[in-house]
Design a protein around this ligand. Structure first.
Ligand code: GLN
Length: 438
């Protein structure tokens, strides 16, 4: 008898209710077809258009917004193993643009994956920073989604048969028979890096004390943020730019992540081979960048069965360097299909740096101490976004090495603060944020 009926929604919940939204086209039929002959029927959300793509799964339980804007997912139909996706909506993807800023909140300007597959799309979303629903965001970027499918069954299939070419068929296309095997699009044939990379060089944080050139294979914004927020002046170069022509103006070189088959990046690996021979300043690469360093060092990159996509991949450090301690396991964020082949012996001057605790794949390489070089490549993503920050200090380590090298050089030439160093012409010409360059 003392039970009270709440007739007024408390203020706090009323605020949330205004964010809640119902959007999407979930009564439109959709189907996911795999080249291997299996089909899954569900309902559509997002853009009402059909797409081809390489079907991959990610075990991440959060950060769908970061994953979907990561250029490394370009051309892929992304299956989320977490059943409920979309429940915190999507934020505005703009920051106030100043020289320290890369201009976006997420990992790039737009959705990069070709389509998304979820068990249960959240039609209601709630988050203080949310501006729209997952469905509305997908519709705005012309990216289709399918919901109401058994993502566990799809994942088990992909785990057994490997990443498979697929077709997301929406609306009337969903009731058509699946495409013939030869009609599927094979993204490995395309140079996706050339599509994702900046077309023209641009600079961030020009007043930074240490000058870093970034070869952009499809860089995630958080890689650029991680460099800029640690005080680096960053010049972002197209993926096939011959860094050797400007290298003396820089204190370090960084090679970014990127989509597709690393074989397309062989021109960059050949330029880098020369850099490694003739230049002694620090070099750091992540994911595709790590694969390019490996190819330049003489290692092979191969296609894994289903790759590693998720935010809890354990890697064992085999060597100590900077903040990394040999013998420790770090939990890492990953998104890759290819890996460097472990070979014995390793090319002279190189050693394995990390190894994956689940599948023993190579997770990192480094130049040996005897080589006198300072070069590191990691298959995982220390910058996270999303995922754990266990290895984020690798950016600090890299910049510390660049600063130390610059200081040593200054001591030799009597130019300790680097004041005699020329400001790169290139960098002055192209000072603009990532958003404007995209
Ligand atoms: N995130 C990345 O840079 C991925 C690299 C490469 N495209 C691969 O799939 O292995």
């Amino acid at each position: 008898m003392f039970a009270r009926t709440i007739t007024r929604v408390p203020r706090f919940y009323r605020g949330l209710a205004t964010h809640a939204n119902i959007q999407g086209n979930t009564s439109i039929p959709a189907a996911l077809h795999l080249k291997t002959g299996q089909s899954f029927k569900g309902r559509s959300f997002g853009a009402p258009c059909s797409v081809f793509g390489e079907t991959v799964f990610s075990t991440s339980i959060t950060s769908y917004t970061e994953s979907m804007t990561d250029p490394s997912y370009r051309g892929q139909i992304l299956v989320f193993t977490t059943p409920l996706i979309g429940n915190y909506g999507v934020p505005h993807n703009r920051t106030s643009v100043d020289s320290q800023d890369v201009g976006v909140v997420l990992e790039s300007e737009s959705i990069q994956c070709a389509g998304v597959v979820v068990a249960d799309v959240a039609e209601k979303y709630s988050h203080h920073a949310a501006a729209e629903s997952l469905a509305a965001w997908c519709a705005r970027f012309n990216v289709p989604g399918i919901t109401g499918v058994d993502t566990r069954a799809i994942t088990r299939l992909l785990r057994d048969q490997g990443t498979t070419q697929g077709r997301l068929a929406i609306g009337p296309d969903a009731s058509l028979p699946p495409p013939n095997p030869e009609e599927y699009w094979d993204p490995t044939k395309e140079n996706l890096v050339a599509q994702a990379s900046t077309k023209t060089p641009y600079e961030l944080n020009p007043s930074g004390d240490v000058k870093i050139a970034v070869l952009d294979f499809g860089a995630k914004a958080n890689i650029l943020r991680s460099l800029v927020r640690r005080g680096a002046a960053v010049t972002v170069l197209p993926w096939d730019y011959d860094f050797n022509t400007i290298r003396d103006k820089y204190d370090g070189l960084f090679l970014s992540n990127g989509p597709g088959d690393p074989a397309h990046c062989m021109p960059a690996a050949l330029h880098l081979r020369r850099t490694l021979r003739e230049w002694d300043r620090p070099i750091f690469g992540i994911c595709m960048g790590h694969q390019v360093i490996g190819m330049a060092a003489g290692l092979d990159a191969y296609r894994m069965t289903f790759g590693n996509r998720g935010h809890n991949q354990p890697v064992l450090a085999l060597a100590s360097s900077g903040s990394i301690r040999a013998g420790r396991v770090y939990v890492t964020s990953q998104n890759h299909q290819y890996a460097l082949r472990l070979q014995d012996p390793f090319p002279e001057g190189w050693e394995p740096f990390f190894i994956n605790c689940n599948d023993s794949s190579v997770e990192g390489i480094k130049s040996t101490t005897e080589s006198g070089k300072k070069v590191w490549g990691v298959q995982f993503h220390p910058e996270s976004a999303g995922g754990p920050l266990d290895t984020i200090e690798m950016f600090t380590d890299f910049l510390a090495e660049c600063r130390a090298h610059k200081m040593q050089l200054g001591l030799k030439t009597g130019d300790v603060m680097g004041s005699k160093q020329e400001i790169p012409q290139l960098a002055q010409e192209v000072s603009q944020p990532i958003a404007a360059a995209a």
